[in-house]
Ligand binder design. Structure first.
Ligand code: AMP
Ligand code: TRP
Length: 336
């Protein structure tokens, strides 16, 4: 049987180089697995219901959903091999999300560090921001997912997903596949350009902290030239002593396909100036064809058609799991 892959990205801002190197790029590679020769059946979701856990402007949100879908296609996602769809098009996500809120405990949700970070210092916090991990668990479990490729920041949510699935299975009978998390060795955590102790994020109020996939070449050059570096002048990978330069080295290696050691060797004895300039050019060159394809896809009706077909396919799979879940819990059984 084909191994089921599932992952999601929020349409809550412009996609960053961190999203790309930590998630999207991996999604494309996972469409064909040359190593194991195993059949993979990936489902990639635009998780709009997660995006509304913080206030969104409706017009902006609907544009960002199409932007994100177009980007998935532009980076090389092939809709004949992957199912690409929008979360809110498949109502089973909301239904199972609710059910899993009635399987999880306040205590375990309160421990989620993403919730703590996103709610810190805020006066009004939407309830959905707190219960969000139950919805994420629903996303994954509806598709009987084997593998979830994500960045490091999502590991805790994945642990919770596994706990909820195991609890449900032991209480109501085997229903869900227990998913495995898959993170990259390198790229799992791309850090901010202005502060290497924080992850690069689309929701950081400072746009200089990130390269966005749709930034113009000049914006990219400017942002990288202003990126913070560490105190000495050496281009050397050392996470503890040189977190800023190490982050730039990882970005360099991942965009050019070289190893960090090779890049390091090339810049031995040279200062940061050349290194940053050439890094910016490498990022620009890597993103140019992606941006050109993005514009093409976004302007055509192709993306709407892909999403419609994706939603249909997703609905078919999700409905089966949801029906089983309800029956096991004694819901809707009276109709038979
Ligand atoms: P989000 O932007 O929170 O919707 O994240 C979408 C995907 O990108 C998730 O798999 C994240 O783990 C991943 N991701 C987000 N930011 C980064 C980052 N700075 N480095 C690596 N992966 C990231
Ligand atoms: N919570 C993830 C994030 O913020 C996005 C997400 C929602 C997700 N549902 C998912 C990721 C299911 C993987 C699988 O990045």
């Amino acid at each position: 049987m084909a191994r089921r892959i599932f992952s999601g990205i929020q349409p809550s801002g412009q996609i960053t180089l961190g999203n790309y190197l930590g998630a999207l790029k991996q999604f494309v590679q996972l469409q064909s697995d040359p190593q194991s020769g195993q059949d993979l059946d990936p489902f990639y979701c635009i998780v709009d219901l997660h995006a509304i856990t913080v206030p969104q402007d409706p017009k902006q949100l609907s544009g960002r959903i199409l932007d994100l879908a177009s980007l998935y296609l532009a980076v090389g996602l092939d809709p004949t091999r992957s199912t690409l769809f929008v979360q809110s098009d498949v109502s089973a996500h909301s239904e199972l999300g609710w059910i899993l809120q009635c399987v999880g405990y306040m205590g375990e949700l309160s421990r989620m560090t993403q919730f703590k970070e996103k709610s810190e210092g805020k006066e009004s916090i939407l309830t959905g921001l707190f219960t969000y991990p139950a919805l994420m668990a629903a996303d994954i479990l509806l598709y009987q997912t084997d593998i979830v490729p994500v960045g490091d920041d999502q590991k805790q949510h994945l642990e919770l997903t596994r706990d909820l699935a195991e609890r449900f299975n032991s209480r109501f009978g085997e229903t869900f596949t227990i998913p495995e998390v898959m993170t990259l060795e390198q790229g799992a955590r791309i850090m901010s350009l202005d502060d290497p102790s924080k992850k690069m994020s689309k929701s950081n109020p400072n746009p200089q902290s990130r390269v966005e996939l749709l930034d113009t070449p000049d914006e990219i050059r400017k942002k990288i030239s202003r990126a913070v570096t560490d105190s000495d002048r050496e281009v050397r990978y050392d996470l503890a002593m040189k977190p800023a330069v190490s982050n730039l080295l990882v970005i360099y290696a991942l965009t050019t396909g070289e190893s960090v050691a090779d890049v390091e060797a090339r810049y031995e004895g040279k200062g940061y100036g050349d290194f940053k300039k050439e890094l910016a050019e490498a990022v620009v060159a890597h993103l140019e064809p992606i941006q050109a394809r993005f514009r093409e896809v976004r302007a055509s009706g192709e993306v709407q058609r892909v999403l419609q077909e994706g939603a249909q396919r997703a609905q078919g799979v999700a409905a089966q799991t949801l029906a089983q879940v309800k029956e096991r819990m004694g819901l809707g059984v009276y109709r038979r």
